[in-house]
Design a protein around this ligand. Structure first.
Ligand code: PBG
Length: 334
């Protein structure tokens, strides 16, 4: 494949000017590759900037359409929704998670009514709804019980589908949940509601700011998620997880976190060749957004490009709106 030695070959020839660099560029980022995660909160008149995620907010229902409008203006085609539930509604059985008139179902309906073409990914997991801050029902010893949790997750997924979610996104890592959710959706005629599965969800320190944004960080205490999320040292286990989720009916695979796990993204895309997304998680957003030592705009564009190069078809990122604005400005000025 490689031929020629110096000076016949000077690789810098195709780096000499802007037009040729652009012509030979192998991967690109477009606003069409981006999904913007949005936090919603119960109550009225709330637009809370999150101290743990500077530049990101919790929006009450009456405020959320403003940010959606801005996303649409800059070309973003899809969002992901995460709730902050009032602490009085949290309990071990996460009963609020499948309340058809709860926060997320109402917000989905509101957005779909006003922006019918905007894609909605809704998170399916119990951590914003449990008083333990864990992603499932816990027994007396604190262990997250798998099958009972799956039962609640499938009710939650159905409730989101009924409200109009395009994709439900199980982020809990219980065994067998994709199969149960798919069955529940099919039985209720939601044949085209997709499942984006967090097939690869590592037990990562990088989720800390997110946990405060959905509230679980305040109640989780010393509990950890090692009995269900994956050890960051493992790769074979990941391939096994992904294989099972595909068998069970996952339409899209999500690798999470993003930046430190590009090898995993590459492996998942090349082994399975399924639609694959990467989640540029809260901790990663924070370290680029809050660093005084680098140019944030350059750093996030580079980050998005690297996700694409590693095999992501699309990217969830708290920087999505910032990136969309940069790409919009670039277009205006070119
Ligand atoms: C939990 C969930 C988490 C994130 C998305 N869904 C956190 C966790 O597993 O504790 C993290 C996202 C981020 O850090 O941006 N179901």
């Amino acid at each position: 494949m490689y031929s020629g030695i110096f000076p016949q070959t000077r690789l810098r020839r195709v780096r000499t000017s802007s037009f040729i660099r652009d012509l030979v560029q192998e991967n690109n980022v477009s606003v069409k590759d981006l999904v913007y995660p949005i936090f919603v909160i119960e109550g009225h008149g709330i637009e809370n900037e999150l101290p743990w995620l500077p530049g990101q907010y919790q929006y009450s229902q009456d405020k959320v359409l403003n940010i959606i409008q801005e996303c649409v203006k800059y070309g973003i085609r899809a969002i992901a929704l995460f709730p902050k539930i009032d602490s009085s509604k949290l309990n071990n059985m996460a009963t609020e998670s499948y309340n058809p008139s709860g926060l997320i179902p109402n917000v989905i309906k509101l957005i779909k009514k006003n922006f019918p073409d905007l894609g909605i990914f809704s998170d399916v997991a119990l951590d914003p709804y449990t008083d333990s801050g864990m992603d499932g029902i816990i027994d007396e010893s604190g262990y997250v019980v798998n099958d009972e949790t799956n039962h609640i997750l499938s009710k939650q997924a159905l409730c989101h589908a009924e409200s109009g979610a395009d994709f439900v996104c199980p982020s809990d890592m219980m065994d067998g949940r994709i199969m149960l959710i798919r069955k529940e959706l099919e039985q209720n005629n939601f044949h085209n509601t997709g499942i984006l599965s967090y097939v690869v969800k590592f037990n990562s320190s990088l989720y800390a700011p997110f946990r405060y944004a959905v509230g679980s960080g305040f109640v989780i205490g010393k509990r950890d998620k090692k009995t269900f999320q994956i050890n960051p040292g493992n790769i074979n286990e990941i391939l096994h997880e992904a294989f099972l989720d595909i068998q069970e009916g996952a339409d899209i695979l999500m690798v999470k976190p993003g930046m430190m796990y590009l090898d995993v993204l590459y492996r998942i895309k090349s082994e399975f060749k399924k639609p694959t997304a990467s989640y540029n998680v809260s901790g990663e957003y924070c370290f680029l957004k809050t660093s005084n030592w680098l140019n944030y705009n350059e750093a996030i564009l580079e980050t998005m490009l690297c996700f694409k190069r590693a095999g992501a078809d699309f990217i969830w990122s708290y920087s999505a709106l910032d990136v969309a604005k940069i790409l919009y400005q670039d277009k205006l000025s070119s």
